[in-house]
Design a protein around this ligand. Structure first.
Ligand SMILES: Cc1cc2nc3c(=O)[nH]c(=O)nc-3n(C[C@H](O)[C@H](O)[C@H](O)COP(=O)(O)O)c2cc1C
Length: 164
């Protein structure tokens, strides 16, 4: 065995390390005072089958999460390969994040993006402080999948698609 030569932990290297792990991209959205509110999130992970739980980590600085948090239901859309533009728009600091997007809304106010690979209609199960982020545990109350849709992939700070 050879001794592993490990590098120093600094923000840039940490960002690069996290970026080596490919993830999907989701949109966490709900109707707030009659208008859609939401954000792109790549920290989505499936957590538990029983109860059905998924997690998303939100930055403690996120003003979007402050607005979403009181919602009875939270929509999670797993974005599809063709939705790179939607992902960029849903993370924009300025402008209408939902301009031009087809939206569907449940009776209880979860907002889902048309053209996605999956829709999860969730309740907030728990919030776990985790450094400069908060880990949201979301319980899936209802769902729909669109298996014909290929996923959007986020890797190394770039949007990618799976090779066909
Ligand atoms: C591909 C991608 C993935 C992102 N993933 C996350 C995430 O997992 N958690 C998070 O808090 N913000 C994430 N963001 C940032 C948010 O989409 C958004 O830019 C941020 O919430 C803006 O700050 P605000 O909430 O104060 O408006 C991501 C942005 C992009 C482009």
């Amino acid at each position: 065995m050879i001794h592993a030569d490990m590098g120093r932990l600094d923000v840039q290297v940490l960002r690069e390390a996290y970026g080596t792990f490919p993830s999907g991209v989701t949109a966490l959205c709900a109707l707030v005072d009659g208008s859609p509110v939401g954000m792109a999130a790549s920290s989505f992970t499936s957590v538990s089958m029983d109860p059905p739980l998924v997690s998303i980590c939100v930055a403690n600085t996120s003003s979007t999460w402050v607005r979403l948090k009181p919602s009875t239901r939270l929509g999670v859309s797993v974005l599809a390969a063709a939705q790179e533009g939607a992902a960029r728009q849903l993370s924009a600091k300025a402008g209408d994040r939902f301009a031009g997007l087809g939206l569907e809304v449940t009776d209880e106010g979860a907002v889902l993006i048309e053209g996605s690979a999956a829709w999860l209609d969730c309740t907030l199960f728990d919030e776990i402080p985790a450094g400069d982020h908060t880990m949201l545990l979301l319980r899936i109350e209802a769902l729909r999948t669109f298996p014909e849709q290929q996923p959007l992939v986020f890797h190394g700070s770039a949007f990618r698609q799976l090779a066909q």
